[in-house]
Design a protein. Structure first.
Length: 319
């Protein structure tokens, strides 16, 4: 299964501009003073490509983006290292949605406000179907990340994913809700879920590493490899014949921003697997990179010194 030359394509159908604001003692219904921390392009696939670039792995980022924001997204992707995150985003004549994250450092909690996204037209669907058709080469890894935008039905999304699989691509799904439900019977290569999505699928809370392992094993019975992440508790990974749980134990006070930790986990996992072909090492790297992400203000800023430190203290258990 290992191939160091494997091409990675990230697909973000419903990107966003993320605004990160700090509000001390945030309460709903009050007029409060806030401090803008950052504004940057976002979307699961965008973050995945950016972290891969920081780790030294090349990827192609495609999907949709508002026409006015295209230059911003292209600059954001190219910033870590020119040529490592290649933008092939498709422009739509509508503004990219905006998301707001309100961080309350006093009460150690975050509030997320998400816009729905632009309306996709039948012409847009034709364009993305053609783009995916060109990129779904044999053995390429196509990562379908995040939500689907208004105007794209679950049937249309399923057809796109099926087309990629039929072309011989390895499909990684990191989505949720109706998009995940619609593709549950497709022979995908890997599924990544966070604890919220896993809990919705399981019909009960998924909070511990043992919960994550049970869910990953359930998902892998359908033939796909599965990774389930449960925040600071760590994660579980199941591949054919093997399973692991693991975590990186850091002080809770070091955690600044958990946005993008899931994508950082996937980036570390794919980067190391593509480099070494060792799934245990890849799992360790996924946990490591996700933890680095959690300790930085802007998601996807992977500090090499922290990465080395967290890798040393990561605990992996074969199950």
């Amino acid at each position: 299964m290992f191939a160091s030359a494997t091409e990675i394509v990230t697909i973000t159908l419903n990107p966003a501009i993320d605004r990160l604001i700090e509000v001390r003692n945030f309460e709903v219904g009050r007029h409060l003073m806030g401090r803008r921390i950052d504004v940057y392009p976002a979307g699961k696939g965008i973050r995945l490509s950016r972290v891969l670039a920081r780790l030294g792995t090349r990827s192609i980022a495609t999907g949709f983006v508002g026409e006015r924001e295209l230059d911003l997204f292209e600059s954001f992707l190219s910033a870590p290292a020119a040529g490592r995150a290649v933008s092939q985003m498709l422009r739509v004549n509508q503004p990219t949605r905006e998301n707001v994250t309100i961080v309350d450092p006093i009460n150690d909690r975050s509030t997320y406000v998400r816009e729905e996204g632009f309306q996709i037209t039948p012409k847009d669907l034709e364009r993305i179907q053609g783009k995916i058709g060109l990129m779904a080469r044999d053995e390429a890894i196509l990562c379908f990340c995040g939500s689907i935008p208004p105007g794209m039905s679950t049937d249309a999304f399923t057809q796109i994913v099926r087309r990629a699989i039929d072309a011989g691509a390895r499909v990684l799904l990191d989505t949720f809700g109706e998009a995940l439900d619609a593709t549950r019977d497709l022979p995908v290569w890997m599924v990544r879920m966070n604890r919220t999505t896993a809990g919705e699928v399981a019909g009960r809370p998924i909070t511990t590493r043992d919960d994550a392992l049970e869910m990953a094993r359930f998902l892998s019975r359908r033939g796909a490899m599965a990774a389930v992440t449960v925040g600071a508790e760590g994660a579980a990974l199941c591949i054919p014949g093997q399973a692991w749980t693991g975590h990186v134990g850091i002080h809770p006070g070091l955690v600044i921003n958990t946005v993008g930790c899931g994508e950082s986990f996937v980036a570390g996992l794919l980067h190391e697997w593509r480099r070494s072909g060792d799934w245990a090492a890849a799992f360790r790297e996924g946990l490591t990179v996700a933890t680095v992400n959690a300790t930085t203000v802007r998601s996807g800023e992977i500090d090499a010194e922290s990465r080395d430190e967290f890798r040393r203290i990561a605990v992996i258990e074969s199950r």
